[in-house]
Design a protein around this ligand. Structure first.
Ligand code: ZN
Length: 169
């Protein structure tokens, strides 16, 4: 096996997975998050029927907070779906349910770079559960401690946004 030309798709993927690797796990980034379920549906551009759907419970100890999903288009260059920001916002607001849609901004294939966007679509639904603020076991104690210096809390919402397409073009 040999590769005569540089492969932007592979390069991009490699770079992406390095960034994912370097990010903290969801459990580290979002201490209050107790459980997270994702429901993902993928659509090809211009089609109304979904191509595939997947639903699972995320393993918070393993999954990374650079929370991204691969584009179903096998030839896509520089795309994929990044839900890091959406997730961080939802967690910061303690939202238990979040739905949305992202369009892949990668290129449709290697020969279409600079010309034709991928535009596959991911519709997602995230369901989250959070740690209780005031566990009934320790009545009254916890509320006071947390009340005052609120600003020193970790702010998990500060994840960087990857500007996926611009790096590639
Ligand atoms: Zn794509």
């Amino acid at each position: 096996m040999y590769e005569p030309k540089p492969n932007p798709r592979k390069e991009y993927r490699k770079q992406e997975s390095r960034q994912v690797e370097d990010s903290p796990t969801l459990a580290q980034a979002f201490r209050d998050l107790k459980s997270l379920t994702v429901d993902l549906a993928y659509f090809s551009p211009g089609r109304f029927a979904r191509d595939s759907q997947i639903k699972y419970t995320v393993n918070l100890a393993n999954a990374k907070s650079r929370f991204r999903f691969s584009c179903p288009n096998e030839k896509c260059v520089g795309g994929d779906f990044d839900l890091s920001t959406a997730l961080a916002k939802a967690v910061a607001a303690r939202q238990t349910s979040l739905t949305g849609e992202v369009t892949c901004q990668g290129w449709r294939c290697q020969t279409d770079i600079g010309q034709m966007r991928c535009h596959h679509i991911l519709r997602y639904k995230l369901s989250a559960e959070y740690a209780q603020d005031n566990p009934s076991a320790e009545q009254g104690q916890t509320a006071e401690n947390e009340g005052n210096g609120g600003s020193e809390h970790d702010e998990p919402s500060r994840l960087e946004v990857v500007n996926v397409c611009q790096e590639i073009t």
